[in-house]
Design a protein around this ligand. Structure first.
Ligand code: HAM
Length: 421
């Protein structure tokens, strides 16, 4: 017998038992996208590697270590160009914005997307090579109101999924005006303590010193003494951040400041934020995160355009929902169509079709097993009702059996929907 083939490491199959929990989380994302007036977009699952290198930064983990490269099999220059599966959606969405000249539309644009992302990372609990994100982006709004609006939206999402204790952490990392000086302060500080830095941080200190702050191996004492970006903001960045906080306070949104929250992608400026279950920090634990990227459109060849958004990990949200015992709402009652007459296939299918057209959830038994067996298996599938066809009933009538109460009665097919109510 040929050897069975397993799924690639770091990927998971969504099996029927998990379906309802996923569908529920995705439904909340879709519903909120609509209520907060976002328009749906889709971009390709793969893009030119250069897009990610330029947008996310050469030294980001997503580009430096986790790029999932794709190569065309043969020939033409186009096919030989380097592509990669998207590690995140923002670069692709802003690429589409620039490519299609969406800046001429009345802005700001509010866009959402739900779909798989790919990072070739070491798989662990909560960290996969293929995972799904709900992403929202607002392009063309310098804020600060929209920053507060998105943080509130993220928290609302978790609350509507049914999670408790999700906290927003926020920070401001300044902009092109004030960050260079802050960066220099950080470099000087950490250079003075270089022997206490991890191997990774020592390397990062030269290329991307802000990332030293989110090294989980960073000595807490050293971290506590490090210069804080919020103390080095230029006046416009300071005013922006103060306004975001005041708006969050006015809305009654709970948040905590986190001076080490610099995010792992280079396109960020000003406001950054992440969502965690209270008391559970750590890189595999973030339920979602985002921030402003006011320089990204320009970096990708478009007109200077402010932007802000977040990505929420669907996989991790489902995991926490399970941990917290959140149960998805029960699906609509299931109706099984059964018959003692093995010849009555046409009738079974016709009745099923009629009831489905009327909006019921219907499973039809096409077997020639005894009626009793068909009813047993209907109950095993969780059917609440059985419609028995092909019996000696009046024309146009069927038998409706309540599988919980073990009672049945004859009634016209047209009355079944009302009887099930
Ligand atoms: P990110 O923080 O890299 O941000 O990812 C957002 C969320 O995706 C994470 O908080 C986490 O829940 C989930 N996630 C990331 N990597 C994995 C993984 N390997 N396995 C499972 N879940 C994962 C971004 O991607 C930005 N594009 C967010 C954004 C949008 N910023 C502005 N607009």
């Amino acid at each position: 017998m040929p050897r069975p083939i397993s799924a690639p490491r770091g990927t998971r199959d969504l099996l029927p038992d998990e379906g309802p929990a996923w569908s529920r989380v995705e439904a909340v994302a879709r519903d909120l996208s609509s209520r907060y007036a976002f328009d749906r977009v889709e971009t390709p699952l793969f893009e030119r590697t250069e897009l990610f290198a330029r947008g996310l930064g050469e030294s980001s983990d997503a580009v430096e270590k986790e790029m999932f490269r794709v190569s065309g099999a043969t020939g033409s220059e186009e096919e030989r160009a380097e592509w990669a599966l998207r590690p995140e959606p923002t670069a692709g969405i802003v690429r589409a914005y620039v490519e299609h000249g969406l800046h001429v539309r009345p802005g700001p644009l509010r866009l959402w997307m739900l779909g798989p992302m790919f990072r070739y990372d070491r798989p662990q609990a909560g960290r996969y090579r293929q995972f799904s994100q709900w992403d929202v982006e607002v392009i063309g709004d310098p804020g600060p109101m929209v920053d507060a609006e998105l943080i509130e939206l993220g928290l609302r999402f978790y609350a509507e999924v049914g999670l408790t204790d999700v906290v927003a952490f926020i920070n401001s990392i300044g902009d092109a005006e004030c960050r260079p000086a802050y960066r220099q302060k950080l470099v000087s500080y950490f250079e003075g303590h270089e022997s206490r830095l991890s191997h990774d941080s020592r390397r990062r200190l030269r290329v991307n010193p802000l990332r030293v702050l989110d090294d989980k191996e960073l000595d807490p004492e050293l971290a506590a003494g490090a210069p804080r970006s919020v103390d080095h903001l230029c006046d416009p960045c300071r005013a922006h951040f103060d306004a975001v906080r005041a708006l969050l306070d006015a809305l009654g949104v709970r948040y905590e400041l986190d001076h080490r929250l610099v995010r792992g992608l280079d396109y960020y400026s000003r406001t950054t934020f992440e969502f965690f279950v209270a008391g559970r920090r750590g890189q595999q634990q973030a339920l979602g995160g985002g921030g402003r990227y006011d320089g990204l459109a320009e970096l990708l060849g478009g007109p200077p355009t402010p932007g802000i958004g977040f990505g929420i990990g669907i996989d991790r949200t489902v995991l926490v929902a399970e941990e917290q015992g959140v149960t998805p709402p029960a699906p609509a009652p299931l109706v099984a169509i059964v018959s003692a007459d093995p010849e009555a296939l046409e009738e079974r299918l016709a009745v099923a079709t009629t009831l489905r057209a009327a909006g019921l959830r219907v499973r039809v038994d096409g077997s020639s097993r005894k009626l009793g067996r068909q009813l047993e298996s209907a109950a095993k599938f969780g059917a609440r009702w059985a419609v028995i066809v092909g019996q000696r009933t009046g024309a146009g009538s069927v038998i409706l059996r309540d599988l919980a109460a073990h009672e049945q009665r004859e009634l016209p097919l047209g009355d079944v929907v009302a009887a099930i109510g």
